[in-house]
Design a protein around this ligand. Structure first.
Ligand SMILES: *[C@@H]1O[C@H](CO)[C@@H](O)[C@H](O)[C@H]1NC(C)=O
Ligand SMILES: *[C@@H]1O[C@H](CO)[C@@H](O)[C@H](O)[C@H]1NC(C)=O
Length: 241
């Protein structure tokens, strides 16, 4: 019965079936795979078995995979230390020209040597003598002071009355009467004056007007003395704080 067993059949049966005790001289079938090799009676079951060389089974290296998605941003790092001071910059360009220095002055003082009397109509008192006329703000032809510098001004008017005649004038601002200078008819002629402060705006006009009265209206003067004066000056420029 034993003699019919081919070595391969023996191996198969030994792998699949538990060997009946006593029927086989050597229980390890692997030792019988090589018939030429004598079975070792001293074989130890704890000896490592032959390993299959995995390198042989390994396939060829595959293609490179696709690139993965970008990872999350990392945390913000700590601020670095202050750098070195840079070199000095170049000189800047020249700025725009400033506003021309406007003169904040105004002053005039004018007089009249010729007497004037009239009862015909309102008329502007014209002056013939220039004492002071800073920047020509007082126009000698029109008899009016023109405000170029807005602000508070002081004006004064001095006249000499004419005996037996009324003296009736106004200091005017544009077309409006501001203050009156008045003297009744008298047999004595006297000096009479009026003064006022005005807050003027640019282009305002200040002048003296003879009133159109029922009586003869007059101011006296003569070629030897200047009896009539009109003066004014800026006290405070409105642009100043
Ligand atoms: C496995 O096989 C490869 C290729 O034949 C060989 O280079 C390698 O030395 C073998 N490794 C072992 C442990 O036998
Ligand atoms: C006075 O007249 C001038 C010129 O017409 C004008 O510009 C100015 O506003 C007037 N002033 C007043 C207070 O009406």
């Amino acid at each position: 019965m034993e003699g019919l067993w081919a070595p391969g059949v023996l191996l198969l049966s030994c792998l699949l079936l538990p060997s009946p005790a006593g029927t086989q001289p050597n229980p390890d079938p692997r030792l019988r795979t090589d018939p030429g090799e004598a079975p070792s009676p001293h074989h130890d079951a704890s000896q490592p078995l032959p390993q299959i060389n995995m390198t042989i089974l390994k396939g060829e290296k595959g293609d490179r995979g696709e690139r993965g998605m970008q990872g999350k941003f990392g945390k913000t790092g700590v601020a670095g230390s202050r750098g070195h001071a840079g070199p000095k910059g170049q000189k800047g360009s020249v700025g725009a020209p400033g506003e021309s220095c406007k003169s904040h002055y105004a002053a005039f003082s004018v007089g009249r040597k010729k007497p004037l009397h009239s009862n015909d109509y309102y008329q502007t008192l014209i002056f013939d003598t220039e004492f002071v006329n800073l920047y020509n703000h007082f126009n000698m032809f029109t008899g009016k002071f023109y405000c170029y510098v807005p602000g508070i001004y002081y004006f004064s008017l001095n006249v000499h009355t004419w005996n037996q005649k009324e003296t009736y004038l106004h200091i005017m601002r544009n077309g409006s009467e501001v203050v009156i200078l008045y003297a009744q008819v008298s047999d004595r002629s006297i000096m009479q004056s009026q003064s006022v402060m005005l807050e003027l705006r640019e282009q305002d006009e200040v002048w003296v007007r003879l009133y159109k009265g029922e009586r003869e209206n007059a101011v006296f003067s003569d070629e030897y003395d200047t009896y009539i004066t009109f003066s004014g000056h800026l006290i405070k420029y409105s642009g100043d704080p």
